[in-house]
Design a protein around this ligand. Sequence first.
Ligand code: SF4
Length: 799
Amino acid sequence: MVMQRTPGFCALCKSRCGSIMVTRDGKFIAQEPNPEHPTGMSLCVKGKAAPEMVYNDDRLLYPIMRTNPKGSADPGWKRISWDEALDRIGNELARIRDKYGPEAVVIGLATPSGTSISDDIRWIERFANVFGTPNSANGTELCNWHKDKAHAYTFGRGISAPDFVNTNCVVLWGHNPSATWLDHATATAAAKARGAKLIVIDPRRVGFASRADRWLRVRPGSDGALALGLARSMIRNKWFDETFIRDWSNGPLLVRMDTERFLRVEDVMAEIDADGDDLLTIASGSAELVAYSAKTKAYARTDLQPDLWAETEVELANGGHILCRSAFSLYAELCDEYTPEVVEDICWIPADQIDATAKLIGTSGPVCYYAWTGIGQHSNATQTDRAVALVMALTGSFDIPGGNVVYARPPAFSVERPDLLSLAQQAKCVGLEQSKLGLAKNNWIGSHSMYDAILEGDPYKIRGLVGFGRNFLVNHPNVQRGVEALSKLEFHVQTDVTMTPTALYADIVLPICTAWEREALRVGFEGSDRAERLVQFRQAVIEPLGESRTDAFVVFQIAKRLGLGHLFWDGDVNAGLEYILKPLGLTLDDLRNKPNGISVAGETKFKGYLTDGMNTATGKVEIYSEVFANEGHEPLPRYVEQYLTLMRQYDGRFPLILISAKVVHYRHSQDRHVPSLRKRQPDPEVTVHPETAKQRSLKEHDWVGIVTPHGRARFRLKFDPTIHPLVVCAQYGWWQGNKALGLKGFDPFSSDGANFNRLVGDDRLDPISGGAPLRSYICEIEGLADHLEQAKIDEPEAV
Ligand code: SF4
């Protein structure tokens, strides 16, 4: 018997836990933690179930092609060779590109936070740019857009890494790392054990909520109001870092009350020696206007302090007079509307918890935080993210030890290369007209825009989709329209490890191997300085099963067939990886010889903004966003009520708030086919307060229907006396059966199924990001007739 233990990392989710991959006689038998690795202290149940994912009857092992028209009950899958598949894909993409332009093809990408596409995503993104399409559908509007891109409108960068090791206070806001990011969970537990304070803001008492110093059971979707209320308390009680806000936010800059834009040198009568488009503030204790240059990120006078609370009348160059106020005073005035009593009314959090929590956040410093989909899947998600970001700005903990830190990363070459996509093509991104600040800014397309373009030709017709694992029909809202749209595509190829509801609509489905059957290069892990510096090359521990291949193989081969091989190292993936490593002075062989990885030297310089400023329009933390105002959005993060508006719209017929949550045992819509995981969580569940069930004569473990204005789906009832009686939390991602356990799947397209995403439409999307209210919708629950309790389907067969 030959046992081999190979260091690697689990690629299943964002945690990317360092692991030891164990084989016996050439068979992969276990994945274990690797405590030597900076993210390897433990593995979750999914990581431990890795061999069951590899050796699973549901795996796709050969390329297949549909032989029956879309919409047929039986797609008539026929096994084809890779050459046949790739030739047809190349021909179809070339046909669409040459006839309609490359923008008529969407590149779909699964999330690197919850699939192992992270091994190859760089190549897919490069392919989109090289091919020439500005339309990549990566689901970011449901996942990371708000914490990364909305956050950048405030801080100039996406949410940076919480320094759990040095912090005095951890804030988890709409982020349950126990279910989504094991390394964050481990680090949070360690920080708590060390004595750091812990604040959890979540409608559910899950994860760290029961161990937190403060758990705020926020009403789903009202986080923006809570953030303004906490900020009010911090400002009024002076529990904030006034020096940081004065020096490093745009709070002191004057805003014209007539135009709601910043006052500029060219606007005023006074003679000021500065560029015309420089901004202005008032010096504390005097009436003197002082210029501020967003280019140099400096005030013209360093001997005077800008006034955070300025309010003044200014004489304009045309002789008129206007009132101007500092951005900070406008923000404070907005916050002032959110007294503890108002917040209690909106957010259902007792008023006395607001000041107490604000004090903890404002006086415990340094504070680090993380906020994710819990505040991102709402109709008001962008402004909510800004409101939360500003609470954290008030702490002054940005980029200091114990705060949220910008760690140095190994300076490897990037191959994604957005610059390879011409500006003319970028301007064609679908959705750009609707939101210049949203997804289209990065050449990303939301599912709602994609469906519109396919079905309505708005603004032009999308005709092709190359879907790398993105399973639209069980992860995005408005499933019904999604089905209609996918049915109309001229050509659709999908890659995945197993068959999926989305792949059912494809013309060709390509089999992708699991992470343990392929090599992968990772430059920098997340979570700590040590992790960020690590470069590791994971070995394949077994050969790919059947004819499964990597997404990188697919990309490189299609590129060759499109005449783009020269931009893909003539099909040699490893040559591309060597290119990435070049600036580090490393080769793949160096890394093969050090399977635990190589730590690359680099220095994390805290407070990088002291030299570089913030990467925002004003070069400071943007309390007031003129960028938003210029596009017709609120420059301050004003809270917009959603639930009550919707409730009234439907005359109270849907009185409950529907939220969704990730199942800790599964990654989004995957993994139900894995026996050990399915045994832990056999059925889709909905959690309610026992009183809510009693009022409707429902018993625990009953199958119940959730009904919304958009549809119906069914779940098994579970009680939780800690959830608010008006909140209903259902699991998403259910469709798959489990052959080993003899469990059939749930029809993802039927009211008798358990597809959560059938319950939410795309009619109430965030106006900037297109984010959907998957965590704050309206619903009712009801008992089900017996025949529906049994309705399950046979899963689509893989070949
Ligand atoms: S948390 Fe679990 S699934 Fe994610 S990388 Fe770690 S072991 Fe893998």
